[in-house]
Design a binder for this molecule. Structure first.
Ligand code: CAA
Length: 285
């Protein structure tokens, strides 16, 4: 299999711009694809801001920042961007019909050799792979927010993923300075199967009046050395995203232990989604 050099990242939201950032910083030639100029501009300016932060903390030089930005080609044309890509990383919102449409288009245009990776945190890799005619070249590449900081890439193998593809994606993840951990496709993979029940239990502790969000978070930060408490983390991830993943676990395993706390459901219904709406378990700027 040929080496991965040219990458198309589809979707420039929080995860997509972080993924483009780390590929470009590691010398890959990156097309960052969005649907609207405004979204593309926002994605590029977020990358610039995060690179500036790395320069000010002396993690990278001004020259590395410029080189990283030079490696990114903003694009509004998905077809054009995947035409010569060795790897396409999809990071559009967690919505099956939307992802399906994107994968059909990528599969139609990308060369036969192109590997398609998805950054989904909740949808079955096997089900997404089945939308394409290249299930053996389809894989989960699950990054964590903030992407430039978090070391893990959870590499998720679908039912038909070719082991050579897994190996190649592991090697590529290492080139990004990340630690790839291979797992098999299953609801929530490993990361969210373990993380979301903990967040859900923390929400139950609020719901049952056992502690305040601040106190519950302090318990986990000071007692368990978590960088953020579970409720602060839930706000950071997005309460809608947490609820969606819990529902995937609940439906996938048909096990009541994954039942989302009624308080989480109410907060999502009320539009209190965490950082992105300015209010969740905490008030945010
Ligand atoms: N880009 C680049 N660098 C960034 C950054 C970004 N977006 N965000 C933070 N940083 C860097 C900072 O520059 C700083 O670097 P130095 O240590 O070299 O100075 C470092 O990260 C720490 O940042 P801060 O000092 O600003 O803040 P902090 O110490 O409070 O750390 C945090 C912030 C890194 C987010 C930390 O709180 C943390 O690790 N939290 C847990 C995050 C987590 O669990 N993420 C996974 C969520 S789950 C997910 O993403 C997937 C899913 O499927 C739901």
């Amino acid at each position: 299999m040929s080496e991965i050099k040219k990458v198309a990242v589809v979707g420039g939201g929080t995860m997509g711009n972080g993924i483009a950032h780390v590929f470009a910083m590691s010398g890959f030639d990156v097309d960052l694809v969005e649907t609207k100029q405004e979204l593309l501009d926002r994605a590029v300016s977020t990358i610039e801001k995060n690179l500036d932060r790395m320069v000010s903390r002396e993690k990278i030089s001004e020259e590395q920042k410029s080189r990283t930005l030079e490696n990114i080609r903003p694009s509004l044309d998905l077809t054009e961007s995947v035409k010569e890509a060795d790897l396409v990383v999809e990071a559009v919102p967690e919505n099956f019909p939307l992802k399906k449409q994107v994968f059909i288009e990528i599969d139609k245009t990308a060369p036969e050799r192109t590997i398609i990776a998805t950054n989904t945190s909740s949808i079955s890799i096997t089900k997404l792979a089945a939308v394409t005619d290249r299930a053996e070249k389809f894989i989960g590449m699950h990054f964590f927010n903030p992407v430039p900081v978090m070391k893990l890439v959870e590499i998720v193998n679908g039912l038909e993923t070719d082991p050579d593809v897994t190996e190649k994606i592991e090697k590529t993840s290492k080139k990004l300075g990340k630690v790839p951990i291979p797992v098999n496709d299953s609801p929530g993979f490993v990361s969210n199967r373990v993380l979301m029940p903990m967040i859900n239990e923390a929400i139950y502790c609020v719901y049952e009046g056992i502690g305040t969000p601040e106190h519950i978070d302090q318990v986990m930060k000071l007692g368990m050395a978590h960088p953020m408490g579970p409720l602060r983390l839930a706000d950071f991830i997005g309460l809608d995203v947490c609820l969606n993943i819990l529902n995937v676990l609940y439906e996938g395993f048909k096990d009541p232990k994954y039942r989302a706390c009624p308080l989480l459901v109410k907060m999502v219904d009320a539009g209190k989604l965490g950082d992105k709406t300015g209010i969740g378990f905490y008030l945010h700027d």
